[in-house]
Design a protein. Structure first.
Length: 135
């Protein structure tokens, strides 16, 4: 079987055992986990869903701000933030989400599903809330 066929929980156990000197070639296992094709398909699909919703939120927000049909409600940005601020913050949040997902896969694989589902639900709720300003 290939590394991609191994359950994330098994990978975590392998990592923990290697740190105690029980499994040879720990670094090869660690390196393979960092390759995109080694991420389980369901995790990749949920990551794509989150990133797509994050991008859609950006499009909706800039569209309604430009038309003057809404005001930003995130107090960090202010009522009418500059488009550059929105783009940079959405890029940063997308990168951060991906980094947390990858870290959880490596460190706490049993939490990946909950993390992704919760963040997709939140971002999906934001997108649905924004729909009232887009039409």
């Amino acid at each position: 079987s290939t590394q991609s066929d191994i359950d994330p929980r098994t990978r975590k156990a392998n990592f923990e055992a290697e740190s105690q000197g029980d499994i040879p070639n720990f670094h090869a296992l660690d390196d393979s986990l960092h390759k995109n094709h080694e991420i389980p398909k369901a995790v990749r699909q949920r990551e794509f869903a989150y990133q797509a919703l994050n991008f859609l939120d950006l499009l909706q927000t800039t569209y309604c701000l430009e038309r003057g049909t809404c005001a930003e409600t995130n107090p960090i940005y202010g009522k009418n933030p500059h488009r550059t601020l929105l783009v940079v913050s959405k890029l940063a949040s997308g990168v951060l989400h991906y980094a947390v997902t990858k870290t959880l896969l490596r460190e706490e694989p049993e939490l990946v599903d909950e993390w992704q589902i919760a963040t997709i639900a939140i971002q999906g709720g934001v997108v649905m809330w924004n729909m009232r300003f887009c039409f």
